[in-house]
Design a protein around this ligand. Sequence first.
Ligand code: FAD
Ligand code: DHB
Length: 396
Amino acid sequence: MHTQVAIIGAGPAGLTLARMLHLQGITSVVVEQRSREYVETRTRAGILEQPTVALMHELGVGERLADEGMSHNGFYVRFDRTTHHLDFHRLIGGHATVYGQQELVKDLIANRIATDGPLLFDASVTAIETTASGARVLVDHAGTPLEITADFVAGCDGFHGVSRTHVPAPSRREFTRTYPVAWLGILARTTPTTPEGMYCAHENGISVHSMRGPKITRQYLQVPLDTDLADWSDEQIWDELTRRSASDDFPELERGEIFDRSLAPLRSYVCETMQDGRLFLLGDAAHIVPPTGAKGLNLAVSDASTLSFALGAFYGSGAREHLDSYSETCLPRIWKAQHFSWTLTTTLHALSDDPMDWRLRRARLSRWVESEAEQAALGEVYLGLPFPTHWWHSAS
Ligand code: FAD
Ligand code: DHB
């Protein structure tokens, strides 16, 4: 099988890139190790920045997002039993949109299939070979070996994928910060406690109260890294969510059926070497942010936009410079999102017993809620910094 771009992974990065290449007349094959059902039901992110939403409309996959996405002006912060609303819309304009990652993935998959774009499920990449003139990707497709030859490979296979390991270890410029905590996430049939998402800073750790609709909530608890999900009964989860979100100004949290639960460790990681010859890394394959601030999916989409432009320039006019500078183009936005996620993580989580730390965190939280300048600065990144490039290349 031959194509111009072999795309490994049908997450937000791979599927968005495939759509952008298709619209520029560039062929691609998307190879995904999991089943369609698995990727369409995997519960993860939920907050889309406005550049992400605008892009999905441009790509012609924004119809359901427009109908079902919930437009939010900012978020709530609660500490010392008091609730504050940070209204970024009022200060700087714009919105964030609540729309489950798996819904976006479903829309992109449906579009890919409707436009006859090759998309193989149950197809695991086992090896990548690149030369000066092309690439070979070896795939185990439901037990049958398959070889794809391509001009380029887009590694969109997430943090645990194979693509990054293709970049020789000595040339990988990597930065890692780990945190001794994880997020225990639930989906529940309950009414959201606040009209927009809320971060609660409590001495036991953060609780996050988000939503997926008027009667479905998505909530998270900071838990120790070595937590076993089976150790938490539903009642314990509700007790802890209630304890951390207790306030003097809003009713107590509503309890209801929990129908999904998951655990995600917190990590900050960047591999600055996002390309090696004809291989390019996108999204979680190249970088991970802790979930606080909801940047991961949005970064995956902005990397796809940058690579799509560079490939468009290459196939449109033979220009190589945008491919050559792919990492340098992506990295400033990635580091700003890293900084934002780290700031929210260290301010909102309880990461030490040192009483001075809480006082410093409270001082920062107080500045967030009392200063419109602080809020505007947070809002600019939360609602989404502009993407570094357009997704399409125009030769004129
Ligand atoms: P992925 O979505 O991980 O996709 C990679 C794909 O590659 C997978 O489908 C995988 O099966 C496939 N794959 C792996 N190896 C192979 C192989 N060898 N062969 C073929 N296929 C392979 N981000 C936000 O922006 N907003 C949020 O609100 C948010 N909240 C989050 C909450 C939680 C609890 C978690 C865990 C994450 C959250 N994120 C959030 C992060 C976001 O989900 C990720 O950053 C996003 O999924 C990255 O997209 P991706 O396409 O790079 O990778
Ligand atoms: C959600 C995810 C996040 O990472 C976050 O910071 C806030 C909300 C969510 O899944 O809705």
